[in-house]
Design a protein around this ligand. Structure first.
Ligand SMILES: O=c1ccn([C@@H]2O[C@H](COP(=O)(O)O)[C@@H](O)[C@H]2O)c(=O)[nH]1
Length: 243
């Protein structure tokens, strides 16, 4: 996974829509997209049915449910999610070392029992919607933001996870410290022509790839564009300049 793939195969489109019908309409509109991310909004609406739809279309799936609970509970959730045969699955690093280890083991167990490949389990370091100021003043974390993100990534790596979700602004530092075998998946991607919205720590698609991201997660710049196909094309073209 990652650097061997063509640049546009490294874009994961966030399918943040309210229902199955809207999700199918968007996937029909963008048949060239290889990776789709199913997150809290869509999964809460449709349940696992949407995963079957995507699998029947031979799509790769990032199930982004961001589990964050006690070890026994996240383990149960990861065991269940792994049975769906998804490619990527998320948990918050803040769940802690015991929960991360339990989740890793449970994901393997769930997949083995179902006879599918285990998902790559990746941890959220710090949501890309949080600024350095919010980290310090709202969350009261007494570390500089890059240091905090790195500590969360190291915790995930020590706990046996396959990688992390991080902002593209921290990806170069994480790549240098965590090495090339650790997956770095970056949301908070904004082409120069797109609205920033609620993202606080963003870079452009080309900048994120140059900095060392394996995968880029891009939602609204594509999915809410007047012409999603055109937005996809512009991003693909930008990425060919750095591939
Ligand atoms: O730190 C994080 C973790 C996950 N996300 C998710 O990525 C997409 C980004 O969508 P945009 O529309 O491109 O902002 C969205 O599904 C988030 O849940 C994130 O943004 N930051």
């Amino acid at each position: 996974m990652g650097n061997g793939e063509q640049a546009e195969q490294r874009v994961i489109v966030a399918l943040d829509v309210p229902d199955e019908q809207s999700a199918i309409a968007l996937t029909d509109q963008l048949p060239q997209v290889v990776w789709w991310k199913v997150g809290l909004e869509l999964f809460t609406s449709t349940g696992p049915k949407i995963l079957e739809v995507l699998k029947s279309r031979q799509k790769r799936i990032f199930l982004d449910l961001k589990f964050d609970d006690i070890p026994n509970t996240v383990a149960g959730a990861c065991r269940s999610a792994a049975r769906y045969g998804v490619d990527l699955l998320t948990i918050h690093a803040t769940a802690g070392r015991d929960a991360l280890k339990a989740a890793t083991e449970a994901a393997q167990e769930g997949a083995t029992k179902a006879g599918v490949e285990p998902p790559k389990l990746i941890a959220i370091t710090l949501l890309t919607s949080i600024s350095a100021r919010q980290l310090a003043f709202d969350l009261k974390i007494p570390l500089e933001l890059p240091e905090y993100a790195l500590e969360m990534a190291l915790l995930a790596q020590e706990s046996g996870l396959d990688g992390v979700v991080c902002s593209p602004q921290e990806v170069a530092q994480l790549r240098q410290t965590c090495g090339n075998d650790f997956l770095l998946v970056c949301p908070g991607i904004r082409p120069t022509w797109a609205d920033i919205g609620d993202q606080k720590r963003s870079l452009t698609p080309a900048q994120a790839i140059i900095a060392g991201a394996d995968y880029l997660v891009i939602g609204r710049p594509i999915t809410t564009a007047t012409e999603p196909e055109l937005a996809w094309k512009r991003i693909s073209e930008e990425l060919t300049t750095v591939a």
